[in-house]
Structure formats: C-alpha cells, structure tokens
Design a binder for this molecule. Structure first.
Ligand SMILES: Nc1ncnc2c1ncn2[C@@H]1O[C@H](COP(=O)(O)OP(=O)(O)OP(=O)(O)O)[C@@H](O)[C@H]1O
Ligand SMILES: [Mg+2]
Length: 346
C-alpha cells in the first residue's frame, strides 16, 4: 500500500509519496503529435514530460501543455478546478508516483470556504480504479490501472499545520503545534486561506478563504505590461519573470522591479489587514505561520505588518510544498499503523 499526498492548486499541482516530490503547473491541453523529439542541445532532459491518456483522451499536463498544446486550459474558478482539472491533475501525478499494481491511499485538500461543498465530489473523483495510459518522453505508451482505495480530504492550510507538527515518521515532532493556538496564512496563486488550530482543534470563526492570492499582484503587473507593450501576457507565464525581476517582450527588456514592489506591497497590506479583521477576537494566538508558495515570496513584505510571533520560510525555501508534505505525513499518521497491524507477521 502506498500513501500519496496531492495538493491541486490554481497555480501548481504538488504531489508527494514520501520519497519524491512533483510540482507542475495546473494546466492541461490536448496531446499533439510531436514531430521532432530530440533536444536541441545536450542539456539534461527535464523530467517534466507529463503525457497521459484517460477516458479515451490523451492530454499533455503542466509545462508540457504550456509548451506544446495548441489549446490549453488554465482556470481561476473553483468549480472548474474540481470539475474539469482535479481528475487529470491527480492522475498525472499518480501515474508518476505510484508503483504499478499497488493500492494507493490519497490525502488531498480544499480551500476552507469550499471544503464542505466539494469534499464529497473530490473524494468521489479520487477513489476508484482508474485505467490510464502513460507515455514517456520517447512516445512509448504503457497502460496501467491506478487503484485508489481510500481518500481523505482536509482543509488545505492544515497541510502546513501537520507539516510543522509531525516529523518524517509521522510522530509528533513539535509540541507547540499540539499545545498552542496557531494561526495559518496560506498564500496561494489565487486564494489566501486563513485558519486557526487551537490545540489542534479547527476554529470556524478564524478560518476563511479570500481572493488575495499572488495572481492579484500578477494582474497588476500584467496590466502594466499591456500598457507598455500592448501584449497580453497570461498570468501563468509570469512566474519566472517576476522572480527574476525582468521580462523580455518582442525583443525589449522590461524592468519589473518597481511594479513588483508596488504590487506585492499592496497585496501584503491587504492580507495583513484581512488577518487583523478576521482574527480581531483571537488576540491570544501564540504563533502565526505564513505558508504556501506565495507565503515565501510575500514574507519580506508581510512579516513586518503582522502582529505577534510569525514564522515564515526564509527566501529560497520552496513553501509550495509545505501543504502536500503535511498531507503525506497525515496519511502516514492515519494509515501506517493500521496497515502495519494488518500486514502478515514474518
Ligand atoms: N520556485 C517557484 N516557482 C514558481 N512559483 C513560486 C516558486 N516559489 C514560490 N512561488 C510562488 O508560489 C506561488 C504559488 O503558490 P502555491 O503553489 O502555494 O499556489 P497554489 O496552491 O497553486 O494556489 P491556490 O492555493 O490559490 O490554489 C506562485 O504564485 C509564486 O509566487
Ligand atoms: Mg494552495
């Protein structure tokens, strides 16, 4: 039996089986016939070739779709993310992370405000026997059945909570997370999730999902680029440029640093005031954890604005993986004892 954590975000799908991590953009497109497969240089081949067939249709997923599909789908709508994306993203991840024929148990998550509405739907999408085919970069097709026997869906920011609380063998490693009142701010691409765990108990009052994800800052940056160059840059093509601080459009180099400072500063201020309002009655929070991929890029702007003890990843740490690592640890915590007890004794 294998345990896999899958975090399907608006920006990126993240997955982890305890040994390996995967991160790819939450984009898919129709698989086209690639005429020429050789790399043009001897640079090492990247392992981002995600090509699967499910329900009789072949898809490119992630960066491969971005590069090769003529028609690409990307969404910032929660119903669409669950309805049309979740299955393809999850199966693409599982096709890489699961040993053939082995039953799988999956832990996944939903934004706080959609948790009740979509929990059963997501569970239904994940559980079952999925007959798929996967293709390797040379075009070789291999059929496989993914047998997901159990799924557990938790509120997304709790992934980061479990990641802080549990160690790699799923034992409690940091007692603060069990004994104290923890506020979590999970800044994603589209959503910002606020949650409170008071000695591991979920607090409804202090938990909410808003639209203050990084895409809000990216929208300002894209509008600026449209003004300056007339080109509409899709938001999911801005990650590297914003991280680098410049973008080249039709041969022209554009400095993004001033607009980035302005856009990120504005977003951080909005998140801080939202947290202050939402947690007005929760002045007894012991620790605020800033997480999600947006958490690390916004931390320098956000940390000085939040009141109390704040932990945020240092720059350079990829906090996109915190939730999914926590999902996997939680799965281990839930199921590994059960399956060990069920295993035949040798
Ligand atoms: N190495 C990286 N590459 C790309 N983006 C990164 C990287 N490190 C941090 N980021 C930031 O992470 C953000 C995405 O974070 P994350 O993966 O947590 O969002 P998501 O889970 O897809 O979105 P949501 O939670 O709204 O569904 C990006 O907008 C970017 O600002
Ligand atoms: Mg997320």
């Amino acid at each position: 039996m294998q345990i896999v954590g899958i975090d399907i975000g608006f920006g990126f799908t993240k997955a982890c089986n305890g040994r390996e991590f995967m991160v790819f953009k939450s984009i898919f497109g129709e698989a086209s016939e690639i005429q020429y497969r050789e790399q043009l240089t001897t640079a090492p081949a990247t392992d981002d070739y995600l090509h699967i067939e499910t329900d009789g249709k072949a898809y490119f997923v992630g960066e491969l779709a971005e590069r090769q599909s003529n028609v690409r789908s990307f969404t910032l709508d929660q119903d669409q993310l669950i309805g049309t994306f979740a299955k393809t993203m999850a199966l693409a991840a599982l096709s890489r992370l699961v040993d053939r024929g082995e039953p799988v148990r999956v832990v996944s998550g939903l934004p706080i405000s959609y948790y009740r509405r979509h929990r059963d739907t997501l569970n239904g999408i994940l559980v079952g026997k999925h007959a798929i085919a996967r293709f390797d970069a040379a075009g070789k097709r291999e059929e496989m059945t993914l047998n997901v026997t159990h799924a557990r869906i938790i509120p997304q920011p709790f992934g980061s909570l479990f990641d802080g609380m549990l160690g790699n063998s799923a034992e409690v490693a940091d007692k603060r997370f069990v004994q104290e009142k923890i506020g979590i701010v999970d800044v994603g691409f589209r959503t910002c999730d606020y949650s409170i765990a008071d000695r591991t108990r979920y607090s409804e009052r202090g938990s909410r999902t808003t639209d203050n994800g990084i895409s809000r800052a990216f929208t300002l940056i894209a509008a600026h680029l449209r003004d300056v160059t007339g080109v509409n840059v899709e938001l999911y093509r801005l990650y590297d440029a914003v991280a680098r601080g410049s973008i080249k459009i039709r041969g022209r180099n554009i400095d993004l640093k001033p607009i980035k400072e302005q856009a990120f500063g504005k977003l951080a201020a909005s998140i801080a005031s939202e947290a202050e309002r939402l947690w007005a009655d929760d002045w007894d929070i012991d620790l605020i954890v800033v997480t999600g991929g947006g958490g690390s890029v916004l931390a320098p702007y956000l940390k000085p604005l939040l009141q109390g003890e704040v932990v945020a990843a240092e720059t350079g740490v990829d906090t996109r993986l915190a939730n999914v690592r926590g999902y996997w640890k939680y799965g281990m915590h839930l199921w590994s004892r059960e399956t060990r007890a069920a295993a035949p004794r040798s």
